[in-house]
Design a binder for this molecule. Structure first.
Ligand code: GCU
Length: 615
């Protein structure tokens, strides 16, 4: 209490009380205006002059240092250019004792905004888009200060790219009007080392160019894309490239013309290649060509024959799991199958299937789990589906900020431990002492496993309420929708047991994995329990590792998840004296929602599954 009072008094004296509404994210530095900064005038210099607590810092341009890397020796930061200096400056502000050389692990560290031009955000839970909205039928003016604050936050964690619009892309984004807006945004982001990219609709030449086809082998189509690329690069010379969702969930693509993904991607790749642009082509494709095939196998079936056929500036972007951002999935086997194609992992920062902005779920442990199977050296980049909107605190839930933060830090260094990242974030975001930090850390680190337990333990998946994906619907079946959109397809519960047989006796999805995982997952006795019902249809009477029967183990795990949330509430209540009022209240309310929702999951799922098990 004393510390807080002192802080408030200091702020009052300095005339700079700022509401703790979360808007400052992890960048809550107090301005000290003390340091003398030598070197070029740049954003790094401004930040250090304002916030560095030492007396003097020197910024030095050193052309021998790799792009984006920096070196700190004493209080001298050296880098190739201003972006490197900026990364060095934020590192020094975060950890004043840092010394030595650092460079980002991944070349591409990109946020994917699923923002629509009308201001809504697909799977966004933090308000409307920070980039787009309509003013009548015209694009609304860009809020430069907001976009600058966004850029600063990203630069502080090393993010170097952003896709500004939804993968379900409106062709309008490529109209001159919107290209101009993109140019404005790019100008704000550029000094922070961030490139802009756009999601494109494969049928844009038809919708926008009046062509009769979007066939990638058609000469007019190729010419249209080349001209469009030229137009974009004339306005934005450092434009990053395109992200493409093609022939997926109703989106147009080369398949509409019986062309392959490689043919489609290469046509776009050729259009941006003269300017150094890239194409991020998504592998999230299912349905169309694979009726009846297990959905989790379809990406490999769809892309395997294209391996080696893509241009060198095409990157295949795949979600971490083979289904769709579930609380827990085994890794996606496409990472094992494309040996000649550069790959990127797509992670979901927005918590579509993990309680959205109402549940406190810290995602770094999930992403670290993924890197345990798909070594970072097999990837050229990572993309994170952003959780950012116009909400005052940017992310809806104060603790969801930690996921944005963790994404950036892991993109910089995937070897960082979840605990270290959480600790950094907590220390920067709240003014807490050690005795309170430890329980909060433990809450964050346990939160993802708790979510798995109260939603979908033992490898269950996709038993969410239809469409909005918040809450349970294990009995979900809608006859006129594809079966692979229905929960009953995924859990396959019947009187004999539960789970999806993906072993060699079932859909044989296990055969898409490299050894040892192929054999490990295929055999019920060696399959890790966390993936049990993902890969096997298991009798209700099956004894799990604990000695409990399957239904008893499910009951136990749902209960464990709910208890964890109860204990998070205790931890939060104990931390009340150390957390500022508004943020404490807002988190507290959400924790109560989380508990209600966890109990709903427990009851709905156990009632439903119990009705089979106890027949
Ligand atoms: C999920 C999500 C969709 C999204 C899609 C995608 O299915 O629910 O909203 O468009 O993923 O990643 O393309």
């Amino acid at each position: 209490m004393k510390k807080l009072t002192l802080l408030i008094m200091t702020c009052l004296v300095m005339g700079q009380v700022q509401a703790e509404d979360g808007s400052r994210l992890w960048l809550r530095y107090q301005s000290v205006d003390k340091a003398k900064v030598n070197g070029p005038a740049c954003i790094a210099a401004d930040e250090l002059r304002k916030y560095f607590r030492g007396d003097e810092v020197t910024l030095a341009i050193d052309p021998t240092i790799e792009a984006e890397a920096f070196k700190i020796e004493g209080t001298t930061i050296s880098a190739k250019d201003e972006t490197g200096l900026l990364y060095g400056a934020y590192t020094l502000l975060r950890e004043p004792a840092t010394q030595g050389y650092q460079k980002p692990y991944f070349k591409y560290r990109i946020l994917n905004h699923w923002d629509n031009l009308d201001g809504t955000i697909e799977r966004g839970y933090a308000g409307r888009s920070i980039f787009w909205d309509l003013d009548g039928d015209q694009p609304k003016a860009i809020d430069a200060a907001l976009v600058r604050a966004y850029a600063r936050a990203n630069a502080s964690i090393g993010i170097n790219g952003t896709v500004l619009n939804n993968v379900n892309a409106s062709p309008r984004i490529l109209s001159p009007l919107y290209i101009n807006k993109v140019k404005e945004i790019a100008a704000i982001l550029r000094p922070y080392g961030i490139k802009v990219y756009l999601s494109v609709n494969f049928a844009s030449p038809m919708a926008l160019g009046g062509l009769k086809t979007a066939d990638p082998l058609n000469a007019k189509v190729k010419t249209w894309w080349k001209a469009k690329a030229k137009e974009i690069y004339r306005e934005i010379p450092d434009f990053g490239g395109f992200l493409v969702k093609a022939n997926s969930e109703g989106q147009p693509g080369p398949g509409d013309y019986h062309r392959t993904h490689a043919q489609g991607a290469n046509m776009l790749a050729d259009a941006v290649a003269p300017y150094g642009g890239i194409i991020m082509w998504r592998s999230f494709v299912y349905g169309a060509n694979h009726k009846g095939e297990d959905r989790v196998k379809q990406a490999v079936s769809e892309f395997i024959n294209d391996d080696g056929l893509f241009r060198s500036n095409v990157i295949l972007q795949s979600k971490n799991g083979p289904l769709d951002f579930q609380p827990r999935e085994p890794y996606a086997p496409i990472f094992d199958n494309m040996h000649k194609t550069p790959q990127m992992a797509e992670l979901q920062i927005t918590q579509e299937y993990l309680g959205q902005s109402r549940h406190l779920v810290y995602l770094a442990p999930m992403w670290r789990e993924f890197f345990g199977y798909v070594a970072p050296e097999r990837l050229v980049g990572i993309a994170g589906v952003a959780n950012i909107g116009l909400d005052k605190n940017w992310c809806g839930h104060h603790f969801s900020q930690a996921n944005w933060y963790a994404f950036g830090r892991l993109a910089w260094n995937p070897a960082l431990r979840s605990e270290q990242i959480a600790d950094e974030w907590l220390s920067a975001t709240f003014d807490i002492d050690d005795s309170h930090r430890t329980p909060l850390l433990s809450m964050m680190l346990r939160s993802r496993e708790a979510c798995v337990d109260y939603m979908m333990p033992l490898g269950l998946h996709h038993i969410f309420k239809f469409d909005h994906h918040y809450g349970p619907e294990p009995d979900g079946y809608i006859a006129h929708y594809p079966l692979e959109w229905c929960p009953v397809y995924y859990h396959q519960a019947d009187s004999a047991g539960i789970g999806f047989d993906r072993s060699h006796t079932g859909t044989d999805a296990t055969s898409q994995y490299r050894e040892p995982y192929c054999s490990l997952y295929d055999d019920l006795t060696t399959c890790p329990e966390r993936y049990l019902l993902w890969f096997h249809h298991v009798p209700w009477t099956y004894r799990t590792n604990s000695g409990r029967t399957l239904i008893d183990e499910l009951t136990y795990r749902y209960g464990r998840g709910v208890k964890e949330v109860e204990s998070f509430i205790d931890i939060w209540h104990n931390s009340k004296p150390t957390i500022d009022e508004q943020r404490w209240q807002e988190v507290d309310e959400r924790l109560q929602h989380q508990l209600d929702n966890a109990r709903e999951w427990q009851k709905t799922c156990l009632d439903y599954f119990g009705s089979f098990a106890r027949k």
